[in-house]
Design a protein around this ligand. Structure first.
Ligand SMILES: [Zn+2]
Ligand SMILES: [Zn+2]
Length: 239
């Protein structure tokens, strides 16, 4: 009797779950109501290798730059365009350390990669100076949620960043790639055969290329890129 009474009181005290975006009451477990989940900016037709949005894509379609110069990673999964409200959520995680936004984005990424089979996850590391300044690595926050959702081990130590991301004004792809050569180092045991690199947003793909190449050199056979969002292409040949 007494237990029932306390259970009832506790239930009345607990706030009803609300949609993270519109605050409407929701019964879903991922923190979004049905309407907001439907309105998310899904990437849609994209290169099956690098995720570059394409006007029309059929199964197995590759973009021009992947045909001409295949990236060192084997597959990229990026469920969303970097557009509202995904860009706002990523900003909230990155610049305000909004953990609720991080959990939501991590869960969205986790459902996008359901069914993939990899042995270990590696968040794209921040340069140590940037990590000190920010206090946390947003990619590691996402990685933690995805790893827990699919019960995959993750490692935020073996892949290290030796140099910061090149400035955005370096616009030529060749220059960016040259700048990122040697940006990452591997300091651990041989990685498992199949791995995924986790990031919040892929912009030029130069970082993903450099990190994937480092994992391949360390001994990984299959490297996937799992990122929440892809920026819309502003010019061709991003990868
Ligand atoms: Zn909503
Ligand atoms: Zn491509």
């Amino acid at each position: 009797m007494e237990v029932d009474m306390w259970t009832r009181i506790a239930q009345n005290l607990l706030p009803a779950p609300r949609c993270h975006l519109c605050q409407a009451p929701t019964t879903t477990t991922d923190g979004l109501c049905g309407a907001c989940a439907r309105d998310l900016p899904r990437l849609g037709a994209a290169c099956t290798h690098c995720g570059l949005p394409l006007a029309r894509a059929e199964a197995g379609t590759l973009c021009g730059s992947c045909l001409a110069d295949p990236p060192p990673f084997d597959q990229a999964l990026m469920p969303f365009r970097y557009a509202p409200p995904i860009d706002r959520l990523i900003g909230a995680l990155k610049f305000r350390h909004d953990l609720a936004a991080g959990t939501l984005l991590g869960q969205l990424l986790a459902s996008a990669v359901a069914g993939r089979s990899v042995d270990s996850l590696f968040p794209i590391p921040l340069h140590p100076a940037r990590l000190r300044e920010r206090g946390f690595n947003q990619a590691a926050e996402l990685c933690r949620v995805v790893a827990r959702a699919h019960d995959i081990p993750w490692d935020s130590r073996s892949l290290q960043r030796l140099r910061a991301t090149p400035a955005q004004h370096i616009s030529s792809r060749r220059e960016r790639l040259r700048n990122l050569r040697g940006a990452f180092a591997w300091q651990g045991n041989t990685p498992p055969a199949r791995v995924a690199l986790i990031d919040d947003v892929v912009t030029t793909g130069a970082t993903a290329r450099a990190a994937a190449a480092t994992l391949k050199r360390a001994g990984a056979e299959w490297v996937e890129i799992w990122a929440v969002a892809r920026t819309p292409p502003t010019h061709t040949g991003n990868f």
